[in-house]
Design a binder for this molecule. Sequence first.
Ligand code: ADP
Ligand code: DP6
Length: 332
Amino acid sequence: MKNIGRCRAHTNIALIKYWGKRNNELFLPMNSSLSLTLDAFYTDTSVTLDDTLTEDVFYLNGIKQDKTETTKINRFLNLFRETAKDNTFAKVESYNHVPTAAGLASSASAFAALAGAANSAWKLNLDKQTLSTYARQGSGSSTRSIYGGLVEWNMGEGNLSETSHAIEVDDASWDLGMIIIAINKQQKKLSSRVGMRQTVDTSPFYPVWVTEAKKDLIDIKQAIHEKDFIRLGEITESNGMKMHATMLGATPPISYWEPDSVKAINKVKEIRNNGIPCYVTMDAGPNVKVLCRQSQMSDILNKLEESFTNDQLICSKVGEGIRELTDEEWSY
Ligand code: ADP
Ligand code: DP6
């Protein structure tokens, strides 16, 4: 038997961040979050069920992965094997069109693509809401990459896994875009997973973070409803800064920033003070993401080019949700 499923998923950048779990095994978050799916970065993944295999095998960008990485894939695919009541092992081939583990959300597109491909390979026909609860258990942020546009990850209730899933809030077709300022594309030293756990366990600011994130989510949904870009940007920037402030309060303190991250933030402020609205957010890495109007992207880009090289600046439109890839589209 050789069933194949293939899927593309785009990364997403949170405007209201997820930073902390209430249940580490089920990847249930402390607060709901909200993101923008990006067109520029994505992962393509194929899952081939093969009953001659005696274990799962995992290739990332054409390179066979070690036991640690393959074990993560194996555990994730077990969710699908249990649902399908079929224990066949799989060959997983994945291609990241995004730097891996650099704070550019490779894990988000990775597990959304893997969930979509596994769903097809096992012919499960799970709907997107259910798939988002599966993707969540590979990496929390991938819950949101199932959908395109502006997406909320509803934190859900108690320990009920099926209640913690993504919802498409808005298709974001109102002149939104994002510029990524790549400060460092190398693999980060502290993963989001470890960083957030340390923050929950040790930062005295953590309870305040949760309260603030909940308020910010209500406010940003109102801004989205009113298509108020300025408010959207202000809340995004403020929420990201509060997350990083909370991390600084951890023991030992956590900072993903580099000197050039600060340079990028100051440049964006300068552009804004000169009349073009644009706002920063940062994740678990030194790279800076600039939320802007798509129609003003080239003006902003011109200004950023005064301080950064061309290959550090990546422009993205709004991305779509997961989709199956045909044989013709699988060009690897
Ligand atoms: P990022 O900011 O890139 O999301 P994380 O530390 O959160 O960084 O996640 C990176 C991890 O996600 C990698 O170390 C790897 O375990 C996993 N990952 C990345 N890309 C893939 C992929 N295409 N398929 C499966 N797992 C992946
Ligand atoms: C800062 O989803 O990578 O990007 O669930 O442990 O895999 P795990 O963490 P991950 O964390 C993302 C953190 C963030 C904020 C966000 O995307 O909401």
